[in-house]
Design a protein around this ligand. Structure first.
Ligand SMILES: [Cu+2]
Length: 258
């Protein structure tokens, strides 16, 4: 960051500050939304970012990174490698798929202290990747502290489909949960009509169920934010509240002509 005019720099910092607080998302983005026998390798990119604006934040080495399949959890943490995403510290994992199935990838970051909100943030972040035509188990909760369980099968969808999911906290539906929605605006192909359009918001019903129609092809992130029933110490050693995010990323394909 050099030779930026002072006014532009100031504006950038103000914009970054203004968008903090609502728009950061844990991100687990697979290199392929579905796995075929011809291309068995999938690379997972892990970051903590503002997906629409493509403004990155540093993601410390996650506390956990796992793959769940058929009720079994595999630890992928040892294979994580540092990368840069949106010019900030991020992580990647290479995973080779051997067998058909539905692979749930889950990141648990270390708590992120957010002074502007006076709380720590933990976004349990999930992406669900099917392999070799299997679709068994996409609707299974994983028993995370908080999670969005898809009601729409989270793959093989077109832009324009409506995503539905249920927000769980400690395994129970969250009545009226607030869910933030952002499009991963790769290469800044779109610009926001207003600041309100960057992060969209939908509320769940009494059973924690919400729907949102995704109008563009690409990755869409859903983040249901709730308060933990515990505190954590901030860097000054003070006990502060904790925001638990249940984040799910799904991919919407474009329609294809013959
Ligand atoms: Cu932020």
């Amino acid at each position: 960051m050099k030779a930026l005019p002072v006014t532009l720099l100031t504006t950038t910092l103000l914009l970054a500050a203004a968008s903090q607080g609502s728009a950061h998302f844990g991100m687990v983005i697979p290199s392929e939304p579905t796995i075929t026998p011809e291309k068995r390798n999938v690379q997972l990119s892990l970051s903590f970012s503002h997906p629409f604006e493509e403004v990155g934040m540093d993601l410390a080495r996650p506390a956990k990174f796992s793959m769940f399949k058929d009720g079994e959890e595999s630890d992928l943490l040892p294979g994580l490698q540092q990368i840069r995403v949106m010019d900030h510290l991020a992580w990647k994992a290479d995973f080779q798929v051997q067998r058909p199935g539905v692979y749930h990838f889950v990141m648990e970051p270390v708590p992120y202290w957010e002074p502007m909100e006076d709380l720590s943030i933990i976004h349990y972040t999930k992406a669900i990747v099917p392999a070799f035509g299997s679709e068994d188990g996409w609707d299974q909760p994983l028993g995370l502290p908080t999670e969005i369980v898809p009601l729409l099968r989270p793959f093989g969808n077109y832009a324009g489909n409506s995503f539905s999911g249920q927000v769980l906290l400690a395994g129970k539906p969250v009545s009226g949960a607030e869910v933030e929605v952002e499009f991963y605006n790769e290469n800044q192909q779109f610009t926001a009509v207003s600041d309100y359009h960057v992060t969209q918001v939908v509320k769940a019903d009494a059973d924690g169920i919400f729907s949102f129609t995704c109008p563009q092809p690409g990755w869409w992130g859903f983040a249901a934010l709730n308060s933990a029933d515990y505190n954590l110490k901030n860097p000054d050693g003070d006990e502060k509240p904790v925001e638990l995010g249940a984040v799910l990323w799904i991919y919407m394909d474009p329609w294809q002509k013959q």
